[in-house]
Design a protein around this ligand. Sequence first.
Ligand code: NDP
Length: 348
Amino acid sequence: MRKQTSKKKSLIRLLINLIKNEDTTKLYPLHLSKILKSMETLKTLIIGSGPAGYTAAIYAARADLKPVLYTGMEPGGQLTTTTEVDNFPGYPQGIDGPTMMVQLQEQAERFGTEVRVGFINKVTFATQKGEMHKAFTEDGTEIQAQSIIISTGATAKYLGLPSEQRLRGGGVSACAVCDGFFYKGQEVAIVGGGDTAAEEATYLAKICSKVTMLVRKDEMRASKAMQHRVTNTPNIDLRYNTEIDEVLGEQVVEGLRMKNNKTGTLEEIPITGLFIAIGHKPNTEIFKGQLDMDDAGYLITKGKTTETNLPGVFASGDVQDKEYRQAVTAAGTGCMAALDSERYLQSI
Ligand code: NDP
């Protein structure tokens, strides 16, 4: 609080000296350059660089909202960890995820979006309509924005077993498409029974000699079509009612001890790679206490809009959608967020 006041005072003194035509750089060289560098005022700040963030940027830039987009830790978002995207309309032959994200970025930049590779690690949202929101980058730079679009997506979940955590990067991965190649011709395992696990299991089955798939219940949550793909792939060994007891190996994964949760039977299998595909967690940690979210941490938006509980703060993409979570639906809500933001800015 005190820091902000002293910054404001310094700026006022700078303006007075400029009016008096005094050489301000000699008076407060270091302090002022720091202040000027660390404060910025925007119409629209977009946080996140998946299909939602880039689509919001395309629309916001075309509406002359001069958006600045911070990419976050994983520029391009979850789709950069995918190979073929076959279900995004407009690509009859499919397109690989990373290429699609580069193209989305180029499209956003074509209309004037400034894309910055960086991370917003703190926000202080205004509660009154028309007030400035504040966001802070990892190096402490303060950004003030009239409106903020949150498109921070969701991150892969892990089981939390000590042996799994110890071997992350040593054979334990949450992205078959990114890391499957390293296990060419080898035996691997995958955990999960949803669409992601089913898709990744069939992907791995094309590269690896054998894929053991562990599903904790006696049924899979994946769509029927995906389940058929799994059961029709001969080198997928599907195990229901099965969980991991321990991942074996010191430096790298060497095997897996599985447990049948109905019978309690333990079984060890040799594997070199373990893929975790048990869902995602929304990236909303920095918004806790300011924005309304559900029990799982997904941001809550009002009715059919992207409005959050605070004026001028909008949410789009997986961060507010645990139901559909598709690239095309994320892009759709990104468009909505930019339109909602434009209307909001017109109204203040
Ligand atoms: P889901 O939440 O749908 O599935 C998670 C799976 O992991 C469930 O089978 C769940 O089991 C299991 N699981 C959760 N925690 C554990 C644990 N601790 N130990 C063992 N197993 C666990 O996540 P997905 O990532 O699969 O899918 C997310 C969304 O994306 C879905 O809506 C899906 O339809 C969609 N999707 C669509 C695709 C497509 O259309 N091509 C591709 C991929 C995803 P349980 O059922 O027992 O809770």
